[in-house]
Design a protein around this ligand. Structure first.
Ligand SMILES: [Zn+2]
Length: 410
């Protein structure tokens, strides 16, 4: 074998073993070297070497003796949860949310900035300001930076090719951040991050396949296949928001007409409620102030919960459009758990019921019947949790639940 290649292969095996051992310790909370050797099927010598390196890197510590099964008492090892922190940035429509997060996905510090303007220049300046502040306040070595961005990314997830709702074209965000902070930088869209978050929490853990449809001011799906986030050939997997569901429908930001987003995202819902309220000249909760401009998403949700007829009708329409998308996903992927999340998930069980009904009409009954549609209200830190999962996975090999190929000692 070529010398250089041989060296590279040996390094690769060492990295792989190191990740495997670290992940096994991480998953077990407290474990002995003997047990590590048994679970990883690596030799005791390799385990000793790898553990010594992990301790030296400050990632793992010895925490005293465990119970003996005869013979010497084994020393237990665990991962130091605060040995590294990472920075997560969630770029939302009106604000930037930032946090430092530890190796268990626990938020350590928070910071934020309001977004007045959404042009690339302004967003970039505020992103720098926010990360500067978090770097300054960081109390541990930083593993890297993860950022959730709106829009379609290029094939390497380095350039935001098009963020239609922000009017961006080709923003080289990753390269800019890497150059400025000299840290690994990862990017992902909201739907992908929501899928990773769902997958790594208890609800997702029992399955290797999962679809998460994230609905806010835009719609996307994050697809987990066999324990891995599926990107597609050009990071476009799950862009269901721009699949046309209404022939000759409204003009979408992307340039097509009648995309799913034009009838089912949070803005479309508010627009439709305004339209129907105007036509009916009524708005139950707003008798004192019939100004339609005051109908926003929050009020729409409240009206729905109060049983407003117009919003109930709109939620029914939205559920049917989402049912079309769900039927396509189920027919192609046969993934049995579809999670609906994001602000629109606040329409809860009634929305789920309509999607489910529509799915039964539009997909092979045997597939539709075994598919579980779940509506999960988004928690404030869901996206940050997804970002941390992405970084921990790529930088340390943690939180990857699918079985991995084990490379044995060479
Ligand atoms: Zn579109």
């Amino acid at each position: 074998m070529d010398r250089l290649l041989e060296k590279a292969t040996r390094q690769h095996t060492k990295d792989h073993n190191s990740q495997l051992v670290l992940r096994t310790i991480y998953d077990s909370n407290a474990i002995s070297r003997a047990e590590l050797a048994r679970l990883t099927r690596l030799t005791r010598t390799t385990i000793s070497d790898v553990v010594a390196q992990l301790i030296e890197r400050g990632l793992v510590e010895e925490i005293g003796h465990g119970r003996s099964s005869g013979g010497r008492l084994p020393i237990l090892l665990r991962v130091i949860d605060d040995s590294r922190h990472l920075i997560g940035i969630n770029l939302l429509d009106g604000e930037l949310l930032g946090a430092t997060i530890n190796l268990r996905g626990m938020i350590q510090q928070r910071a934020g900035r309001a977004l007045q303007r959404r042009d690339a220049e302004n967003v970039l300046a505020l992103t720098y300001e926010l990360i500067d502040e978090l770097v300054e306040r960081a109390t541990r070595p930083l593993l890297g930076i993860g950022i959730s961005t709106p829009g379609l990314m290029d094939t390497s997830a380095e350039v935001v090719r098009r963020a239609v709702n922000f009017g961006w074209q080709d923003l080289h965000l990753k390269a800019l951040l890497q150059a400025r902070y000299q840290l690994p930088v990862y990017m992902g869209n909201l739907a992908h991050m929501a899928a990773l978050a769902e997958y790594t929490t208890c609800a997702g853990q029992k399955r290797k396949n999962l679809v998460v449809i994230h609905i806010s001011q835009g719609i996307g799906a994050g697809i987990i296949l066999d324990g891995e986030l599926f990107h597609g050939d050009a990071y476009g997997a799950g862009e269901i928001g721009h699949a046309v569901v209404v022939e000759g429908g409204q003009l979408c930001n992307c340039g097509n007409y009648g995309c799913l987003e034009t009838v089912a995202d949070s803005r479309a819902i508010v627009r439709r409620v305004q339209e129907l309220a105007r036509a009916a000249q009524t708005w139950q909760l707003d008798q004192s102030a019939p100004d339609l401009v005051r109908i926003d998403f929050e009020r729409t949700v409240q009206a729905f919960q109060a049983g407003d007829h117009i919003v109930t009708q709109v939620v029914d329409e939205v559920g049917r459009y989402l049912g079309i998308a769900a039927a396509q996903l189920v027919s192609i992927l046969n993934i049995e758990r579809i999670v609906i999340t994001g602000p629109v998930a606040r329409f809860g069980q009634p929305l789920r019921a309509v999607i489910e009904r529509e799915l039964l009409k539009r997909a092979l009954p045997t597939l539709a019947q075994t598919t579980e549609i779940v509506v999960v209200e988004e928690q404030p830190d869901t996206i940050l949790l997804g970002i941390s999962a992405l970084l921990l996975n790529h930088e340390l090999g943690l939180i990857r639940l699918a079985p991995r190929r084990v490379i044995h000692d060479t």
